[in-house]
Design a protein around this ligand. Structure first.
Ligand code: PNS
Length: 191
């Protein structure tokens, strides 16, 4: 049987447990798996390319046949340049299918020798997306279980004021503020 080298392209802004689940599944069936982070100049990401690269590197350090890289331009051209013969994409629910099918067929039109393979992440991650994780985190909500711990930590660092405010509000509403107003607490801490 042919040994297949695959490319798993994406934005990974940020990497989620669903992404990691798919990488681990892919690493089991492909000889080599390259996780390609798109350098997209049109979108302003929450995490810089370097941050996403570092997070993915840490998260996949235990997978010896997985490599993290970045790319720009056409994905099929990048796949060819690294001699990948297969593209790995995840499908979580029927709602993903239409977009993924369109993309796979366009990629096939651009490069007929490149096959797209779809895999499903564990069902417990079927509702997890980077976009929703960003949305929850930007409102100070909990992202535990949705993203790996290193990513959760990075989100907390990046959104520290939001989380601080959210945690203080939670404390106040659960009666732990000791009757003091949040703003008073803040002023006292600083002096
Ligand atoms: O994680 P995402 O944002 O769903 O990944 C989308 C990605 C990066 C796979 C796709 O946008 C892509 O391949 N972009 C590179 C440009 C390209 O080749 N476009 C044609 C796709 S049909």
């Amino acid at each position: 049987m042919n040994k297949v080298s695959a490319l798993y392209p994406g934005s990974f802004d940020p990497p989620t447990n669903g992404h990691l689940d798919l990488i681990e599944r892919g690493a089991k069936i492909f000889e080599e798996l390259v996780v390609g982070i798109l350098r997209n100049s049109e979108k302003i990401p929450m995490f810089s390319l370097a941050e996403r690269f570092e997070m993915l590197k840490t998260l996949t350090a235990h997978l010896k046949n997985v490599r993290i890289e970045t790319f720009h331009g056409l994905m099929v051209e990048y796949a060819k340049s690294i001699e990948a013969t297969c593209v790995l994409r995840g499908i979580r629910a029927v709602s993903d299918y239409e977009y993924e099918l369109q993309m796979a067929l366009m990629n096939r039109k651009l490069e007929p020798t490149l096959e797209t393979v779809f895999m499903m992440p564990a069902d417990k991650y079927s509702y997890v997306s980077s976009r929703l994780v960003r949305e929850v985190a930007q409102a100070g909500g909990p992202v535990r279980g949705l993203v790996p711990e290193v990513v959760e930590q990075k989100l907390r660092e990046k959104l520290e004021p939001v989380y601080k405010f959210h945690d203080e509000m939670q404390q106040a509403s659960s009666g732990n503020s000791g009757g003091k107003e949040i703003s008073t607490k803040k002023r006292k801490k600083k002096s």
